[in-house]
Ligand binder design. Structure first.
Ligand code: A2P
Length: 279
């Protein structure tokens, strides 16, 4: 009897009700990777939302029991996709990502099917131009929204900024934007895609065509000059922000300086913010 209980306690995760199967893994740098998993048939979410995902933790040395190790992850795939994509940092001594970085196709992860989040179209009032400001893995929710037709139906122009330390850390966003421009299904939505969807990548610690924190480029006017835009206005501009705490606070201050107010699901306004989650 006791033996049986022990076996049940150490049940491999594939028997958990929230287990999903890894389909594909792509590593970009020693700090970043992306993976795709099966989507639970019952999971409905709005592009830009996040869920809790993870793995079983190490067995407790005394009891041998394992507990799920879960972290919040933005879903990087759009709401219409049959599969779920995630974009993750690898932290070598991070409780979850030190293990998660080793997943292979066929492995199982835990996914709690309760999506939430404020980086959704519903939390913004109608506008003309939509800005996505991101650093590092904060690009993930925008990878979802950029592949959602509603983004292009609701706005005349979408400007995506992504700031990373090094050039290689921009690969995920660069590939995604390139794929959107080349995707025949997107052509109709994007129209003259080069104008409707603008990608503005910057690096801070390695030479690239555009260097500097996006906050500095906003405040010193470089961003507006580069894009031929007069500035931000509460009438026309809407923004979603996802990055480090520092970025979020600095951008909030800048956006509010231009008269934009923070929105929420319950009270839509001109901009919304979410912390990029680190596993
Ligand atoms: P920096 O190199 O100047 O710190 P991280 O890898 O630490 O998450 O950072 C990702 C990117 O976000 C880096 O390019 C970093 O620039 C930038 N960053 C960090 N804090 C801020 C901030 N307060 N405002 C704008 N960008 C920031």
């Amino acid at each position: 009897m006791n033996e049986q209980i022990k076996v049940t306690d150490a049940t491999p995760i594939k028997t958990l009700p929230d287990a999903q199967t890894v389909l594909d893994v792509e590593h970009y740098t020693d700090r970043l990777f992306r993976f795709r998993v099966t989507r639970p048939q019952t999971l409905r979410f709005r592009s830009g939302e996040f869920v809790m995902i993870g793995l079983m933790g190490d067995p407790d040395p005394k009891t041998g029991r394992q507990k799920p190790l879960l972290r919040a992850y933005s879903i990087a795939s759009p709401s219409w996709d049959d599969e779920l994509e995630f974009y993750s940092i690898k932290v070598q001594d991070g409780p979850l990502t030190s293990k998660l970085q080793h997943i292979q196709p066929g492995d199982q992860i835990i996914l709690r099917p309760k999506p939430v989040g404020t980086l959704v179209h519903d939390a913004l009032l109608p506008g003309k131009r939509l800005w996505f400001f991101s650093t590092g893995t904060g690009f993930a929710p925008f990878a979802s929204l950029l592949r959602d037709p509603q983004t292009y139906e609701d706005y005349d122009q979408i400007i995506v900024t992504h700031t990373c330390r090094e050039v290689a850390e921009l690969t995920y966003s660069k590939n995604l934007i390139q794929n959107l421009h080349e995707d025949e299904m997107m052509q109709e939505l994007l129209g003259d895609g080069l104008k409707k969807l603008v990608y503005y990548p910057t690096t801070t610690r390695e030479d690239s065509p555009k260097m500097g924190r996006i906050t500095d480029l906003l405040e010193n006017g470089t961003l507006f000059r580069d894009l031929g835009i007069d500035g931000l206005s509460a009438e026309t501009d809407r923004a979603m922000v996802c990055g480090s705490m520092g970025l979020n606070l600095d951008i909030k201050r800048i956006l509010e300086g231009h008269g934009l107010r923070e929105g929420a699901n319950s009270e839509p306004a001109e901009y919304v913010v979410e912390k990029a989650f680190v596993g």
